[in-house]
Design a protein around this ligand. Structure first.
Ligand code: GTP
Ligand code: MG
Length: 352
């Protein structure tokens, strides 16, 4: 007759059995992968043509569990996109109407030196400079003081943009972050489908001591956003802002309208990005990133290796080595660009 095992022996036997099962599963997986064919697909196209967005759609369709693991990591990037959109709106208002009192310490980049003096700037003190441009600023409309108040209330939020970029870049200060150049060292390596996601860990362990401290700026931005969501909403739907958008004077990136219209949901304390949020996020790709998916087509298994490249001109040299053994290329052309007009004069003058 067999002797009964003690609870400790039972536990040990279960551990060994589970380890064997796991080893068998890994071997089966490796064998399946060896049998599967490699398909190397390159995503090419200009910057902001939607390469990374298409990659995320592949991930959502074929490997949604990995997107779930990453979900929390996208939260600070959504905040970062929102801060940039608000800053661009305020800068354009400053430029058009001399709304703010730009000067030392003001986080907005339209400094008095760049603003030409024009008549009708009223209370806006930003118009006292002697810039060489021919920009003539619009006269103060009736809602001028109202937008001025909103601007003042939103400045602390906008002022966090560079600090947030720096925190997301792993402590590396990103010079020129305000022009949209954004680098998160190691971000690309972390996005491969079979790696865990340290950022997500930080957020899922809310209140978990030391790790939370690393995300101090993100947490402050989340709180500031929650406290100023009314102002963000008022700014976005304000007739002064909407008329600049309609007149093509204010050109925002694709994500801005979506995130700003959803600010109430995003500003909640327990906010977790939805699939749609993740698809709307704009994060410039640096270098080339590889994403692996297992795809079954007509009963055959394929290992799809998707190469998402940086589309900006300075990034294109990195594409070359990947052409040699590429199975296919998906080239993206943004149809949203078909009716794009020249950048507004304010943009050209400021950044030329
Ligand atoms: N309306 C609309 N927006 C899109 C579509 N595809 C992408 N976008 C948006 O356009 C932007 C495209 O950004 P990315 O996908 O990061 O562009 P990218 O080609 O990877 O750019 P780089 O990494 O700089 O080369 C994102 O904000 C997306 O939300 C689309 O089909 N429709
Ligand atoms: Mg990209």
């Amino acid at each position: 007759m067999r002797q009964r095992r003690s609870p400790a022996e039972e536990e040990e036997a279960l551990r060994i059995s589970n380890a064997i099962d796991e080893e068998l599963r890994r071997e089966r997986e490796a064998m399946r992968r060896r049998k599967a064919k490699d398909v190397k697909v390159m995503l090419l196209g200009q910057a902001e043509s939607g390469k990374s967005t298409l990659q995320k759609q592949f991930q959502l369709y074929y490997s949604s569990s990995t997107l779930d693991r990453e979900r929390a990591s996208w939260r600070p990037i959504v905040y970062f996109n929102i801060l940039k959109a608000i800053r661009m709106i305020l800068e354009e208002l400053d430029w058009e109407y001399g709304l703010g009192a730009s000067g030392p310490g003001d986080p907005l980049s339209v400094s008095p030196g760049l603003l030409p003096s024009t008549s009708g700037t009223g209370t806006g003190s930003g118009g006292s400079g002697s810039g060489s441009s021919t920009h003539s600023r619009a006269a103060n409309p009736a809602w001028f003081p109202e937008l001025g108040l909103l601007r003042n209330k939103l400045l602390p939020l906008v002022a966090s943009e560079d600090a947030l970029a720096s925190e997301l870049s792993g402590g590396v200060h990103v010079a020129g972050g305000k022009t949209g150049v954004y680098v998160r060292s190691g971000w690309q390596a972390l996005t491969s489908a079979n790696r865990s996601w340290p950022l997500a860990e930080n957020f899922t362990q809310a209140g978990g001591g030391g790790k939370q401290a690393q995300w101090a700026v993100t947490n402050i931005v989340a709180k500031t956003l929650a406290a100023s969501m009314d102002e963000v909403e008022m700014l976005w739907w304000h007739p002064g802002v909407q008329s600049l958008l309609k007149g093509n004077k204010l050109k925002l990136e694709e994500y801005a309208a979506f995130f700003l219209a959803n600010i109430r949901r995003i500003a909640q304390a327990d906010y977790m990005p939805s699939n749609e949020d993740i698809l709307h996020v704009r994060l410039q790709t640096i270098g080339v990133t590889e994403h692996a998916f297992d795809i079954n087509l007509g009963g055959t298994n394929y290992n799809w290796l998707l190469y998402d490249v940086g589309g900006a001109r300075g990034q294109r040299h990195a594409w070359v080595p990947f052409f040699d053994d590429a199975t296919a290329i998906i080239f993206l052309a943004p149809i949203s660009a078909f009716d794009q007009v020249r950048p507004p004069a304010s943009f050209l003058t400021r950044f030329d």
